[in-house]
Design a binder for this molecule. Structure first.
Ligand code: SER
Length: 394
C-alpha cells in the first residue's frame, strides 16, 4: 500500500465515523506558542483539549507534519525522522479511550490489512498518582491482542518531567517487524515498533509537576505515517518506504555514502526543504538555527570523505518531490529558489570554516580551550562550539 492510499484510507475511515478533517499542516505553531516547531498532531489543538469548543465539533481527524530535534542523534537508525507526518484523531469530550482503540484495531486489521497476530499493545498500569487503565486493558484482552501494562512508558507526554500541558494515560499499539513469529513484549524487544499512540487526556500538568483534571476527557491519537507505511510495505526502515524512492535512487548515484550517513543526508536535506518551504530562513537563533544546523550536519557528513562535495549538485527533482508531497510549491516557493538558499547556506558555512581554521591555528588556541575562549570565538568570530570542536578534531 502506497503512502497516499494509506492516508486516504485513514482519513475516510474516520470521516465515516463522524470526524471532520482539519487542515493542520505548517510546521510553525500558532502565534504566541512558545515552542519553535509543531512536534505532534495535537499541538495546535491544545486550547481545544483544555475546553474551548472547536468550530468543527468534537470529532476531528488530520494529517500534520511535525519536526522533532530531540531525536536528532537517532536519525540514521531505522525508525527516526526529523520531519515526519502524523495522522491524528481527536475526541474532544466525546467518546472514550476504549472506543478509540477499538476503531484503531478495526482500521489496522480490516482497513489496512495488518495481520492481527502481529499486534501488541501496552497500557498504563498505574502509579502513585493515578490508578491503572483497566478499561483499555480489558478492551485489548477482549480483542485477543497481547497487552503489557507499564507505568512511565504509558503516560503522555513521558520522558520530560518538566513538560507543562495536557497529559494522561495512553495505550500504544506496536507492530512486529521481526522475521520470525512475534516474541517477547514491546518493552523487552525493539523489533516491536510503536506505530500508534492513543492518549486519554485527563489532566493538565502544572509547572510544579502537579496534575489538575481537565474540564473534559479527551482522546488524542497519533500514528507515525512513515513508520506504518514502511511496515505495510515490508521495508526494513522508514527510509525504504515509497516516500524516499527518489532519494534512494538519486542520492547514492551522486555521493557514495555508508548507510547511516545516507539516511542522515536524506533526512536532513528533506527536512531542510520542508522548513524552507514553510517560510523559515537560516539564522543564528530560533527556527532559523535549527535549519542552519541541519544543513551543516549534512555538509559535515558529505565533506568527511570528499571536501569537494556540494549541496549545489542536489537534483532539483528531489526538492520538487518534497515540496509537492507537502503541498508547499507556490509561485514564490519554487524548487530553484530552495536550492539557491541551500547553496547560499553552503557558501556561508565554507567561509566560516575557513575563518575557523585560520583563527584556531593561532598559538593561543593550541591547548585545551577555556569557557572564555569558547565565548570569544563565538562572539568575535561567529564560531559555534560544535564547529570549533569538530575543526579541532578534524
Ligand atoms: N500526542 C501523542 C503523541 O504525540 C498522540 O498524538 O504521541
Amino acid at each position: 500500500m502506497r503512502t497516499e492510499q494509506l492516508v486516504r484510507t485513514f482519513v475516510e475511515f474516520y470521516e465515516e465515523r463522524g470526524h471532520r478533517r482539519i487542515t493542520g499542516s505548517t510546521l510553525l505553531p500558532p502565534p504566541g506558542d512558545p515552542v519553535l516547531f509543531t512536534t505532534s498532531g495535537m499541538h495546535p489543538l491544545t486550547p481545544y483539549l483544555k475546553g474551548r469548543p472547536h468550530p468543527l465539533g468534537r470529532r476531528l481527524v488530520n494529517v500534520q507534519r511535525c519536526l522533532r530535534t530531540t531525536d536528532l542523534d537517532e536519525v540514521g537508525d531505522t525508525t527516526h525522522l526529523t520531519v515526519f507526518e502524523m495522522l491524528g484523531t481527536w475526541s474532544l469530550g466525546d467518546y472514550e479511550g476504549p472506543a478509540s482503540l477499538e476503531w484503531g484495531y478495526e482500521l489496522l486489521t480490516e482497513g489496512l490489512g495488518v495481520d492481527p497476530g502481529l499486534l501488541h499493545a501496552t497500557v498504563f498500569g498505574g502509579d502513585e498518582r493515578t490508578g491503572p487503565d483497566t478499561a483499555s486493558l480489558e478492551l485489548w484482552q477482549g480483542l485477543g491482542v497481547p497487552v503489557e501494562p507499564t507505568a512511565e512508558d504509558n503516560w503522555w507526554p513521558n520522558g520530560s518531567e518538566g513538560t507543562v500541558g495536557p497529559c494522561g494515560p495512553d495505550s500504544e499499539i506496536f507492530l512486529w517487524s521481526g522475521d520470525g513469529p512475534p516474541q517477547s513484549t514491546p518493552t523487552r524487544d525493539n523489533r516491536w515498533v510503536e506505530v500508534w499512540n492513543h492518549v486519554t487526556m485527563t489532566h493538565h500538568r502544572l509547572g510544579d509537576g502537579s496534575l489538575v483534571p481537565l474540564p473534559q476527557r479527551n482522546v488524542d491519537t497519533g500514528l507515525g505515517l512513515e513508520r506504518l507505511a514502511s511496515l505495510l510495505q515490508g521495508k526494513p526502515s522508514v527510509f525504504a518506504c515509497d516516500l524516499f524512492d527518489p532519494w534512494r535512487r538519486l542520492v547514492p548515484a551522486l555521493w557514495e555514502l555508508d548507510e547511516p550517513s545516507l539516511r542522515l543526508v536524506c533526512d536532513h536535506l528533506r527536512s531542510a526543504v520542508v522548513i524552507l518551504g514553510d517560510g523559515v530562513r537560516p539564522a543564528n537563533t530560533g527556527r532559523g538555527y535549527v535549519l542552519r544546523r541541519l544543513v551543516r550536519r549534512v555538509l559535515t557528513a558529505l565533506r568527511r570523505d570528499d571536501p569537494s562535495r556540494s549541496i549545489g549538485d542536489l537534483p532539483e527533482e528531489l526538492v520538487r518531490h518534497t515540496l509537492d508531497h507537502f503541498r508547499q510549491e507556490t509561485r514564490e516557493m519554487r524548487p530553484e529558489f530552495v536550492l539557491r538558499m541551500l547553496r547560499k547556506e553552503e557558501d556561508r558555512f565554507g567561509r566560516l570554516l575557513e575563518r575557523g581554521r585560520q583563527v584556531l591555528a593561532r598559538a593561543r588556541f593550541q591547548g585545551p580551550l577555556s569557557e572564555e575562549d569558547f565565548h570569544y570565538l563565538h562572539d568575535t568570530h561567529g564560531l559555534p562550539r560544535e564547529l570549533i570542536t569538530s575543526l579541532r578534531e578534524g
